[in-house]
Design a protein around this ligand. Structure first.
Ligand code: ADP
Ligand code: ZN
Length: 756
């Protein structure tokens, strides 16, 4: 338990979270220092250091409350000093928050400097990343409980005959030790205050930590590592390079390697950060981690209540817990002396932030690894093309795990040619091979997962007869149908095309725009298999806390035979009785209008396939497509990552797509269209200046409407660039920082995941 310095009478009612109370009167006679303070207001105008007077006990990284423009606002002490350029009479005083220790440690302050410089956003915005949001809003406090304990032994107490409750309570306390007041009063009404009055007992407030995983603790030993796993752990330890890529097929025992690395850290008294995609934080996984590491593991995910998140954060900050486990934002965990940082499923798109500041998790993790002199371990069965290139180029260490632990073959993937189905008059969403396999699976009492890769509004035109897909002539990526303007658009160059009436390749007229939604699939399935129990999982069914956990849990408990869902079912789940996975529309991601669509498709198929045949029975996968001869699908079916990679990297090189260039989008959004256009204009002028001065560094430069012109009442404009040389990137950030106003957001996205 950390030491608390806030037990000073009137201050006791402060909570860490809050800035709820007015600052106390200025104290006199305290040694004074000058604090350089960043006020917690995310605006360009206030993004500078302000000098304040502070008490001697204030430390760098402390949270304070600062009088500012007639209000009292939260702030952070960045540095302390003896003198200020501001005349002494003008300096105002900040008031410390009774946190007991600075909320931000030295490493946080270092990272904040680096990230502010990298992403050119107000420092307050960056500092916020390091704290649980509950702490800023002041809505959560520590859970304080009163406890009573004895001051003298019962044998030295005297009680009147009638005071049965007092005696009973005293004896209870002697037998059981410190007890919560409310509990004792429940057993022996009125006893606590009576014993306290007599001086026999004392009452003290203590923090009780809300612990979401109470009861799961243990010190379970891990598996004995296989030779391959042992070799991997050793290589990670001895190789000089900071970043190590662990490329291992699903089921090759990567998780066990991570856990071993973490356990080694603990043994050396160091801490660890373990990042996973949010979706893989399943109850199974959490239970496994707590069983292995007990209360050393602090888990941060969106399913926790605000109070739980707050307490987990403090457990890490005080060093009570040493392992931070969580999704993207856990990369900012307040741990010190980090011994290893692990990023599981490193290719997952959830690692880049889509809100300001749009940091990349890898960048932050890398800075932290360098700061701590520790390893950054990236793991995946299907590494991002960019990561794999850096590994094969020798920049990162590369470790391969080619065998599955149980030596079971990966499930067989069967391709179902949907053009043939259509020619045969089957216009349904289910091919005949899929139906045959589904019937086999259901009749043998196993479970099936049907996966639908529907992505939002994005629709590509596909000819159902020949598999033709409309592509941009200039960019070689698929076009996206825009219903509002009834045209096809390229998201990389803005080109517009008329919607074809007939297929330009085969003249067929069965052109399809829309994927079929999960809801339709479920309806069709229940018609085909009336006795099958079906569960659906997509964005519509998973709202609310733990929505998707509930569905997965129900499916895991075999309350359903078929699970129908979108990409959220692709990852991390272990259902032993699933023997069939159907991928209904492999094309939807293949022709998604994104240069990464091949990569995405390969990753998705590999992952979804990994859900089948985890236990004794052999698994099968049916992959439905209109383009069975497509290279990406062929490599995926053969589980040939290397082949896929070689093919993909040569395509990227030829088209000068990342990693051979960098796509940069400057997105300008605001509610007031005129102001938004003004900001766009200002950004554009600056960027155009850059472009005309360095044309050789730009492969592409253009200003246009964002593909979706308005989202949540905000008008959206963009300047899209493709850079062959990123040395101009800092200037791009500068221009954008200057164009930002109170009402208009101007953000820079590097290789954005989503160009909508
Ligand atoms: P990955 O993360 O690469 O997909 P996992 O770490 O989940 O693979 O391992 C797959 C399965 O093998 C798990 O059920 C795990 O418990 C088991 N396993 C891992 N390492 C060992 C080992 N050394 N001995 C026995 N079983 C192991
Ligand atoms: Zn184009």
């Amino acid at each position: 338990m950390r030491e608390r310095q806030d037990g000073k009478g009137e201050n006791q009612r402060f909570c860490r979270a809050g800035f709820l109370q007015k600052p106390a009167r200025q104290k006199v006679g305290v040694q004074e220092m000058i604090a350089e303070v960043i006020v917690d207001i995310a605006a360009g105008e206030t993004d500078r250091i302000y000098d304040y007077l502070c008490d001697d006990g204030t430390e760098a990284g402390s949270r304070v409350r600062a009088p500012f423009g007639g209000k009292v606002v939260p702030g952070f002490v960045m540095r302390l000093k003896e003198t200020s350029d501001c005349p002494p009479g003008k300096l105002r005083r900040v008031y410390p928050c009774p946190d007991g220790m600075p909320a931000l440690n030295g490493e946080c302050l270092f990272l904040a400097e680096k990230l502010t410089a990298r992403y050119r956003v107000p420092k307050a915005l960056v500092l916020r990343l390091f704290l649980p949001s509950e702490m800023r809003t002041g809505k959560v406090r520590e859970l304080m409980k009163s406890y009573v304990s004895l001051r003298v032994p019962v044998s030295e107490m005297t009680f009147p005959k009638t005071a049965k409750n007092q005696r009973g309570a005293a004896e209870y306390l002697e037998a059981h030790g410190k007890t919560e007041c409310g509990y004792l009063n429940g057993l022996f009404p009125g006893s606590v205050s009576a014993l306290e009055k007599k001086g026999y007992a004392e009452v003290a407030k203590e923090q009780r930590l809300r612990d979401p995983y109470r009861g799961l603790d243990g010190e379970q030993p891990g598996h004995i590592l296989t030779d391959d796993q042992r070799a991997a752990v050793e290589k990670i330890g001895t190789d000089k390079r900071t970043v190590q890529l662990l490329h291992g097929v699903t089921g090759s025992g990567k998780t066990e390697i991570y856990l071993t690395l973490i356990a080694d850290c603990l043994r050396q008294g160091k801490s660890a950060i373990f990042l996973v995609p949010e979706i893989s934080l399943t109850p199974q996984m959490l239970a496994q981690l707590r069983a292995r590491f007990g209360r050393n593991a602090a888990i941060m995910h969106s399913g926790l209540s605000a109070g739980e998140r707050f307490d987990e954060w403090w457990r890490l900050r005080t060093g009570e817990a040493k392992i931070a486990i969580g999704a993207r934002s856990a990369v900012f965990a307040p741990v010190e002396n980090v011994g290893v940082i692990i990023v599981d499923e490193e290719h997952d798109s959830s690692y880049s932030s889509e809100t300001a500041p749009r940091y990349n998790t890898f960048d932050v993790a890398y800075l932290r690894a360098k700061y701590n002199g520790c390893k950054l371990v990236l793991g995946s069965a299907t590494p991002a093309v960019e990561t794999y290139k850096r590994a094969t180029d020798g920049e990162f260490g590369l470790i391969r795990l080619e065998k599955r632990i149980n030596r079971k073959p990966l499930p067989e993937i069967i391709i179902a040619d949907m053009r043939r189905e259509v020619r045969r008059g089957n216009n349904s969403a289910f091919s005949s091979p899929l139906r045959a396999e589904l019937e086999k699976c259901l009749s043998s009492g196993n479970q099936a997962i049907l996966f639908l890769n529907r992505r939002g509004y994005s629709q590509t035109v596909i000819c159902k007869e020949c598999g033709y897909v409309a592509k941009c002539e200039a960019c070689d990526v698929s076009l996206t149908y825009h219903r509002d303007e009834d045209c096809l658009k390229c998201h990389y160059c803005g080109a517009r095309y008329k919607v074809p009436v007939a297929c330009p390749e085969c003249g067929g007229t069965k052109l399809s725009y829309a994927g079929t939604g999960t809801q339709r699939i479920v309806a069709d399935l229940s018609r085909l298999y009336p006795s099958a129990r079906i569960l659906r999982m997509d964005n519509d069914t998973t709202s609310g806390k733990e929505g998707h956990y509930k569905i997965l849990k129900a499916f895991g408990e075999r309350q359903a035979d078929i699970l129908v869902g979108t990409q959220m079912i692709a990852k991390g789940h272990d259902f032993p009785s699933v023997t069939l996975v159907g991928i209904l529309d492999a094309d939807m991601s293949l022709h998604f209008s994104d240069y990464r669509s091949g990569e995405r498709t390969f990753q998705l198929i590999t992952q979804v396939a990994g859900r089948s045949g985890r236990a004794e029975e052999k698994g099968k996968v049916v992959l439905q497509t209109f383009s069975p001869e497509n290279d990406v699908l062929r490599y995926a079916v053969a589980y040939d990552y290397e082949g896929f990679y070689r093919n993909e990297i040569s395509l990227r090189a030829a088209a000068m797509f990342p990693p051979f260039s960098k796509i940069v989008r400057v997105l300008v959004t605001g509610e007031d269209e005129k102001k938004t256009i003004e900001a766009l204009r200002s950004a554009y002028v600056g960027l155009e200046g850059l472009y005309t001065a360095n044309p050789e560094k730009f492969l592409f430069f253009n200003r246009m409407h964002a593909p979706i012109r308005r989202i949540q009442n905000r008008f959206r404009y963009q300047v899209l660039m493709r850079l062959s040389d990123t040395s101009v990137l800092p200037q791009v950030y500068d221009v954008c920082a200057q164009s930002r106003t109170r009402d208009v957001l101007v953000s820079v996205e590097e290789n954005p995941v989503n160009l909508s």
